[in-house]
Design a protein around this ligand. Structure first.
Ligand code: 13P
Ligand code: SF4
Length: 307
């Protein structure tokens, strides 16, 4: 019987993606074995930009559904595959189209700012999109002083603290993984690692972010840790980042802030799923009606226009 190893499967994926003209995108929260076969690794918006510029006609998104939708919106002519058909983002599902219509009736005249971690359908009703890296800058630049910010109230609270001149209306929503981190876990890790810098994602609760040495997107956290002269870091984002940073900086120490900050949806995709997608025997092609994509694209374009 042939024994397959991670390496033999990775080699086969690398061969097949070339043969089948497929670009593999891996979100930062995917595992190291998937990172190693990807053309690009990064956050959802950065990856969709890479996909749009890539020469391949097919793109495989190893991540969750809203990320594959964003790739499709920015590259409607390409075939876009999602690595695992059940990989969704609970936060992206928290507000439905009828609920947003009701919110818009309750807050007439407000500019609706939507986190990129949202469905394509929700984006069609919004004015401007934001990412965790761009949210503060974009909200500050909006003309309207009244803003309805959906769906992450923790990211929204962090933006509100930095843009006090705006009247920002938040709704109850957020990332279950990041929002599970507690202030008690911060105290415990600070006691265990007194010399470590605490790096935290803005999807965490305000009582967690307020204690951090650095608050930023996943990419921001990784860049900070790589460039810092400090030797030890407590990582307040999805726990795969602890391992990725340890690979990138073997001489530094990285500790998870919490043992619960794990995105089970991101973890659905395995290297074998990638193998099946590349072979054409797994995953799901993501398709969206043209008019829906066009309307959703307007709020992404509005973000680009602002910065
Ligand atoms: P960023 O990678 O954009 O910081 O987003 C974090 C996240 O939760 C992705 O789902
Ligand atoms: Fe959604 Fe949170 Fe998972 Fe990101 S980490 S995909 S926001 S549940």
């Amino acid at each position: 019987m042939i024994m397959y190893t991670t390496k033999t499967i990775q080699d086969e994926i690398l061969r097949l993606k070339k043969e089948n003209d497929i670009c593999i995108l891996a979100h930062a929260y995917q595992s190291q074995d998937i990172w190693e076969v990807a053309d690009y690794v990064g956050d959802s918006y950065g990856l969709s930009q890479k996909a749009a510029a890539a020469s391949q006609k097919t793109v495989l998104m190893c991540g969750v559904r809203f990320m594959a939708e964003t790739v499709k919106i920015l590259s409607p002519q390409k075939k876009v595959l999602l690595s695992h058909s059940q990989a969704g983002c609970p936060m992206a599902q928290q507000i439905s189209v009828p609920q947003l219509e009701e919110l818009k009736r309750r807050y007439p005249g407000y500019t609706v700012a939507v986190y990129i971690n949202s469905t394509c359908a929700l984006k069609t009703l919004c004015d401007v999109c934001v990412t965790s890296a761009s949210a503060v800058k974009i909200i500050r630049k909006l003309d309207n002083p009244n803003i309805l910010f959906i769906p992450d109230c923790n990211l929204g609270a962090w933006v509100t603290a930095q843009v006090p001149e705006k009247n920002i209306q938040l709704v109850n929503g957020g990332c279950p993984a990041h929002a599970s981190i507690t202030a008690e876990q911060v105290d415990k890790q600070r006691r265990l690692h007194p010399d470590a810098k605490l790096l935290v994602h803005p999807e965490c609760l305000p009582e967690v972010t307020k204690t951090a040495d650095y608050i930023g997107s996943t990419t921001g956290i990784m860049e900070y840790a790589k460039q810092s002269s400090s030797q030890a870091f407590i990582i307040g984002t999805e726990n795969s980042i602890v391992q990725h940073l340890q690979f990138a900086c073997p001489d530094k120490q990285f500790y998870p802030l919490s043992d619960t900050c794990i995105c089970t949806n991101m973890k659905l995709t395995t290297l074998m799923d990638v193998y099946h997608c590349i072979q054409g025997t797994g995953g799901e092609e993501v398709t969206l009606p043209d008019d829906v994509m066009n309307r959703a694209r307007r709020c992404i374009d509005a973000m680009l226009a602002l910065g």
